[in-house]
Design a binder for this molecule. Structure first.
Ligand code: HEM
Length: 314
């Protein structure tokens, strides 16, 4: 177990570090980066992501979350919140790519392109992903600050500040939060809103009361069974669409950080827009994902091509 955990941390922290500011030059990147050195890149990746998603439908959500914000949390709470399928799809793609073009394709590129494929496979937008990232050479948990990633109990101000650090504005933050149109949340992430919210209220009043009641039942015993979880989008949980935004005005957001997007006037107009207009959501989500996939990346001699995604080469 300890060995597995160590491997996971080594795997994860470099991924998180891709969210931290670092030097990179866009000139190292291109959409055809592997066309000569690994011409089967697209085909191999497509095959791996499709197979994996068909066999394990939780993969798309796991990879998308991994792409954004799972790393520090996993380090902190290593056993409860494992989006194992997200790592697995990267590991599988890496194994297949190493057979065709050894030592050529980075794990960071695999994650970025696999996430794009998976989002598209479950109904979301297709967007181009620039390639040519290198994998990180350092991995220090001390570099992962607890406030680097948003948590569901943060205020909107805190969330806005975190996104602003990565140069995302409020609209981009709302569009990216639309990632919660797929995937799960563990009961512990929203339990405070359904079990004795305040001395006078059992439920957080921003919940639809029926939903809160349903969640209360679904999560009963979650302390003894920490793996209990519910879908983020109760209407179309496995489909990437704009139902997440249609849910929010009804109080059907699972996390407090989802519901606040409708209750706060700074974010509500974007929620209303995306609820009405799926195309606008897809467009803004795709652009924000392209931007996310470039934040703090390593290129050139600032990184390496790992042989295994869960270990440094040396
Ligand atoms: C706005 C601030 C955000 C907060 C506070 C937040 C928080 C969370 C939490 C607590 C979970 C449940 C984790 C668990 O119980 O395992 C979750 C799941 C998820 N998040 Fe976020 N998130 C945010 C933004 C985002 C963004 C920007 C994306 C992607 C673009 C994203 C993608 C996901 C996905 C896909 C899942 C489901 C994971 C799975 O099914 O394995 N989240 N998020």
């Amino acid at each position: 177990m300890a060995t597995i955990s160590t491997h996971l941390i080594v795997f994860l922290i470099p991924l998180l570090l891709t969210l931290l500011p670092a030097s990179f030059s866009r000139s190292h990147l291109s959409t055809t980066f592997y066309s000569k050195t690994c011409p089967q890149f697209d085909q191999i990746l497509e095959q791996t992501t499709t197979n994996k998603q068909i066999n394990s439908p939780a993969t798309a959500g796991a990879a998308l979350r991994l792409m954004f914000h799972d790393c520090a949390e996993r380090d902190a709470d290593i056993n409860l919140s494992l989006p194992g399928d997200g790592f697995d799809v990267v590991v599988r793609a890496k194994a297949a790519l190493e057979l065709s073009c050894p030592g050529v394709v980075s794990c960071a590129d695999i994650l970025a392109a696999a996430t794009r494929n998976l989002v598209h496979f479950v109904g979301g937008p297709y967007y181009t992903v620039l390639l040519g990232r290198k994998d990180s050479l350092i991995s220090k948990s001390s570099l992962v600050t607890p406030s680097a990633l948003p948590k569901p109990n943060m205020t909107l101000d805190q969330m806005i500040d975190i996104f602003a650090k990565f140069k995302f504005n409020i609209q981009e933050m709302v569009a990216l939060s639309g990632g919660h149109t797929i995937g799960f949340s563990h009961c512990s992430e929203f339990a405070s809103g359904i079990y004795g919210y305040s001395p006078n209220q059992q439920y957080d009043p921003t919940y639809n009361p029926q939903l809160a009641q349903g969640l209360e039942k679904a999560c009963s015993g979650y302390k003894n069974n920490p793996s209990l979880s519910v879908f983020n989008d109760i209407m179309t949980p496995n489909k990437f669409d704009n139902a997440y935004f249609q849910n929010l005005p009804k109080g059907w957001g699972i996390l407090a950080s989802d519901r606040v997007l409708f209750t706060d006037p700074r974010t509500r107009p974007f929620v209303e827009k995306y609820a009405k207009d799926q195309k606008a959501f897809f467009n803004d989500f795709a652009k924000a994902m392209q931007k996310l996939s470039l934040v703090g990346i390593k290129t050139g001699r600032h990184g390496e091509i790992r042989r295994r995604c869960d270990a440094f080469n040396n």
